[in-house]
Ligand binder design. Structure first.
Ligand code: N01
Length: 548
């Protein structure tokens, strides 16, 4: 079969996904002289920003930070119109990057990878797509994203509903006009909280079905101040480097210096008030050193936000329902909003508590909970994703030694550095589980992984090596380290998607690395500098064991 034939292509590297990570992987690996092919399920580039087009969708990291750093010309020339990028603006930027670096010619759109099989003797991966194509490559890079497998809840009767229903993560491209409709939103995570104020302005009546209240802070979005932009751009390279020396991969926030418990009540209120006025989640969590480590310290920050909710929402019963009380602030993704709590003061918005009265069924005309039926014309599921492992497990990833990702990860993900998996040679993940990815600035995280992967492939090529695989012992130690680091924090206390709590039956394992970007990058760099310590070159361990 000839190379690049439509039925079966042979490449040096296959990349699964053309979001932020996949695009940069195309760019870097191509520069290394590799032939690459990317498969993308969507009809365009952008990954999460391609799919999540719900009203109000906006990044919660400031746009001057949430952008690629690999091209100084790009970061100098691109103009971000607002403090936080909207979904359309970010997608426009990603499309610009794809065009500017001529990335599209190596991408097959509307093509979902269904299977990936590793062949030990030839050290190659063969992938099969839902369009009937196969492709073979030495390396396979999974740029499949962490929040890319939308989950609508299994509520009885949905198929009988006569109105329209939507998932925020699969939003129609031409938008939805809710004018004059009775709309139900199920879910109050970031997607719900961002979309609710906009939908409320359109709908005749909006019912928000809340199971768990979440903490949200005001984003304080503004048009980009020209002086802020020019000051940032004047020191862009230094700021990008500085970002790696921060826990969340975002520079510009002075690190906290003392415990919340060493401050007086008055000092704390002043500090929290200033952060509340400034807007932004990192800033708030940076108020004190121990907000994510000590429950008593955290209580002070959590209670401050609860007081703000009570002061904002006029109906005391609604305000109390909106006050989170089952997790410390910051242990679930801290949300940034525009007018979220204020929205509950509108006459056309009703908060419905489905914790005490769970949803029973969806009927042809609405949604029934324990105390009656709510008549609806449309339902929006802002119910989240099978996070971090969902996209990988949707693909049938196997080796000829009989391993499958489904079996290997049945009790939770196991990786070395969140980039490779013992037993799966030459398979790289961009921002995989047990890396800081979702707990950091995602574009920085993608760039760091792609740079590391590119250097690793260069190392192999320079030495005529064809295969690299994580050692089981190194993986075990990394998984243990991840758990120990997480257990020293308050994160495991929350029923979050970080532990898979939103998916019934998913093993409860804390998945992101929360030891901070600085420590993580240092570890990755040390591993590479020491000849890829913890990795084995050559045939798969399993095959070697079988041969001996
Ligand atoms: O999803 P979520 P999301 N019945 O999982 C509820 C990123 N993001 O799409 O908490 C009733 O956070 C569920 O209730 P509970 C960001 O990292 C970023 O909002 O499980 N309710 C919860 O309220 C974020 O964290 C941005 O009790 C059900 C909600 O649905 C991540 O994506 C914007 C239910 C799901 O919340 C995911 O956010 C958007 C059921 N059966 C997203 N099942 C920005 O950059 C679930 N729920 C700003």
């Amino acid at each position: 079969m000839s190379a690049h034939s439509p039925e079966h292509g042979r490449y040096d590297a296959i990349i699964v996904g053309a979001g932020v990570g996949g695009l940069y992987a195309i760019h870097r690996l191509r520069k290394l002289g590799l032939s690459v092919r990317a498969f993308e399920a969507g009809g365009g580039v952008g990954g999460t920003w391609y799919w999540n087009r719900y009203p109000g969708c906006r990044c919660d990291v400031e746009s001057l930070e949430y952008s690629y750093s690999f091209s100084d010309e790009l970061q100098q020339e691109w103009r971000w119109p607002e403090r936080y990028g909207t979904q359309p603006e970010i997608l426009r930027y990603i499309n610009h990057v794809a065009d500017r670096f001529d990335l599209r010619r190596d991408i097959e759109f509307n093509t979902r990878v269904k299977e990936a099989l590793f062949d030990g003797p030839t050290s190659t991966w063969t992938v099969k797509t839902d369009t009937g194509k196969t492709a073979t490559a030495r390396f396979c890079v999974m740029a499949t994203g962490n929040l890319s497998t939308p989950r609508k809840p299994d509520i009885a009767g949905l198929e009988s509903f006569k109105g329209k229903w939507y998932h925020t993560g699969l939003w129609p491209h031409d938008g939805v006009d809710f004018t004059g409709m009775r709309v139900g939103v199920v879910g109050t995570g970031s997607s719900g909280v961002q979309s609710i104020p906009i939908i409320a302005k359109q709908a005749k009546h909006l019912y928000v079905f809340q199971r768990t209240a979440n903490f949200s802070l005001p984003a304080r979005n503004v048009p980009m101040p020209p002086d802020k932009e020019s000051a940032h751009k004047a020191e862009y390279p230094a700021r990008r480097r500085a970002a790696y020396d921060t826990p969340f991969g975002i520079a510009g926030y002075p690190p906290p210096v003392k415990s919340a418990l060493d401050a007086t009540e008055e000092e704390r209120l002043k500090a929290y008030e200033a952060k509340w006025a400034e807007g932004g989640s990192i800033s708030y969590l940076y108020s004190y050193t121990d907000l994510l480590l000590n429950k008593e310290a955290n209580d002070t920050a959590s209670e401050f936000v609860r007081r703000k909710i009570r002061a904002t929402v006029k109906d005391p019963k609604t305000a109390e329902l909106l006050c989170p009380n089952d997790h410390p602030i910051g242990t679930k993704r801290l949300i940034l909003d525009t007018d979220y709590y204020e929205t509950y003061n509108r006459d056309n918005v009703t908060l419905v508590d489905i914790r005490s009265k769970p949803i029973q069924e969806i009927t042809p005309t609405g949604l029934r909970i324990a105390d009656g039926e709510y008549a609806l014309d449309a339902i929006v599921f802002a119910t989240g994703f099978d996070a971090m492992t969902g996209a990988m497990k949707e693909i049938d990833i196997r080796t000829d030694a009989g391993l499958s990702i489904q079996a290997k990860w049945q009790d939770g993900p196991r990786t070395y550095l969140g980039m490779m998996i013992a037993g799966f040679p030459n398979l790289f993940m961009i921002t995989g589980p047990q890396s800081p990815g979702v707990k950091s600035q995602m574009i920085l995280a993608c760039e760091q992984h792609v740079d590391w992967i590119t250097d690793c492939i260069q190392y192999l090529r320079d030495r005529g090596l064809t295969c690299i695989e994580a050692e089981e012992a190194a993986e075990d130690a990394w998984v243990q380290h991840n758990n120990e680091v997480a257990d020293r924090t308050l994160y495991p206390l929350a029923n979050s998607w970080y532990v898979g709590a939103n998916i019934p039956g998913k093993p409860r394992v804390f998945m992101p690395y929360v030891g901070g970007v600085t420590a993580y990058k240092k570890k990755c760099d040390e591993v590479a500098a020491n000849g890829y310590r913890g990795f084995h070159f050559g045939a798969s361990f399993k095959e070697q064991a079988a041969a001996n």
